[in-house]
Design a binder for this molecule. Structure first.
Ligand SMILES: O=P(O)(O)O[C@H]1O[C@H](CO)[C@@H](O)[C@H]1O
Ligand code: HPA
Length: 327
């Protein structure tokens, strides 16, 4: 029998990979894939459009404990006329691997507004490159989404924040981007957006104003804050020294998502509202016994489920009325 040649195996695997995953682009070494082509994502969008009767205006990313699971009373469950499509059935989609992330798209209506919700998102720590974590945002754009509501669970670093508070995201610090890890890394397709997109208005001012007004109307303004979010790569929670550094540079809440989704959305001109549920207090000294854990994150999500459903539902209605582009 002829000896196995490692090159043959690599070449064969490459061919198979290329066939199944038509990724495009490469880094300067010519070997890192940096995205799916526009045409590939159009195929994905067309598949989804063939399954629904109305295009969504608003996209919602349900983070850990923010409706990412299917439970009575959750935001995703409240979607009426729901068409649910598991990620594994969607061409070119990754699959969710995180506990508490259901892994499906839900199309339907909230307060009469046509929406698509991601029940579960993709994270860098799951092994997906950032462009793949954000692929659903580009698909949303191709489906007609004008507004993205990106929710997440986050650790509260601001000492005034309490567990169960909500933080309207005013801005973010792209920590992973400082090291060159960016969802827009690689060749740019102008059909999505410009090579150098601005980010100084990442989180829509009008939506933040509306969100504060709605919080007052619902009598929850005492728990609604506004602050700066950052995303680290995870999956480990942060060290005390890391958290103290983040505090010094003005971070109010820490998570492992959202930032790259928001960059991708702004690149293709989707307006963004960001909302963090503070699920735990970040531990910034060495005397505390407590340790951060994912169970607490999910528990606090369950505790706030009903309130979040009400709040986000109201926001969907108000944002859609406020957006002059929305039909
Ligand atoms: O950002 P979301 O998906 O809401 O979840 C947050 O909670 C998980 C950690 O408990 C991490 O995935 C972190 O990013
Ligand atoms: O404390 C945290 N750190 C990072 N990600 C998180 N997601 C929820 N809580 C946290």
């Amino acid at each position: 029998m002829a000896p196995i040649n490692a090159n043959d195996i690599v070449e064969k695997n490459c061919l198979v990979t290329q066939k199944v995953l038509p990724e495009i682009g490469s880094d300067c070494n010519g070997n890192e894939k940096t995205g799916y082509s526009y045409e590939t994502l159009v195929e994905t969008a067309n598949f989804l459009l063939s399954r629904i009767s109305e295009k969504p205006n608003i996209g919602i990313i349900c983070g850990s404990g923010m409706g990412s699971y299917w439970k009575e009373g959750s935001l995703a469950e409240s979607i009426t006329d729901g068409v649910r499509i598991p990620y594994e059935d969607i061409p070119n989609f990754p699959i969710s691997t995180v506990e508490g992330h259901h892994g499906q798209l839900v199309f339907g209506h909230i307060e009469g507004v046509s929406v698509v919700a991601m029940q579960g998102r993709f994270h860098y720590y799951e092994g997906y490159p950032l462009w793949k974590c954000c692929l659903p945002v580009r698909v949303m754009k191709l489906l007609g989404v004008k507004i993205l509501i990106a929710t997440n669970a986050a650790g509260g670093l601001n000492p005034n924040y309490k567990i169960g508070d909500l933080m309207i995201v005013r801005d973010h610090i792209n920590m992973m981007g400082f090291a060159g890890n960016n969802p827009l890394h690689g060749p740019n397709d102008e059909r999505f957006g410009p090579r150098f997109p601005p980010m100084n208005k990442a989180y829509n001012y009008e939506f933040r104003k509306i969100a504060k007004e709605v919080a007052k109307e619902l009598n929850i303004d005492h728990i609604v804050r506004e602050g700066v979010y950052t995303c680290l790569g995870g999956p480990n929670f942060e060290t005390v020294a890391e958290l103290n550094m983040l505090k010094m540079v003005g971070v109010d809440a820490v998570g492992m998502s959202t930032v790259h989704e928001v960059i991708t959305a702004r690149h293709c001109d989707i307006k963004v509202f960001g909302l963090s549920l503070i699920t735990n207090e970040c531990i910034t000294n060495y005397d505390q016994d407590a340790e951060a854990n994912h169970e607490e994150v999910l528990d606090v999500g369950r505790m706030r489920q009903e309130m979040l459903r009400k709040y986000v539902s109201c926001l969907v209605k108000k944002f859609s009325q406020a957006d002059p582009d929305a039909p």
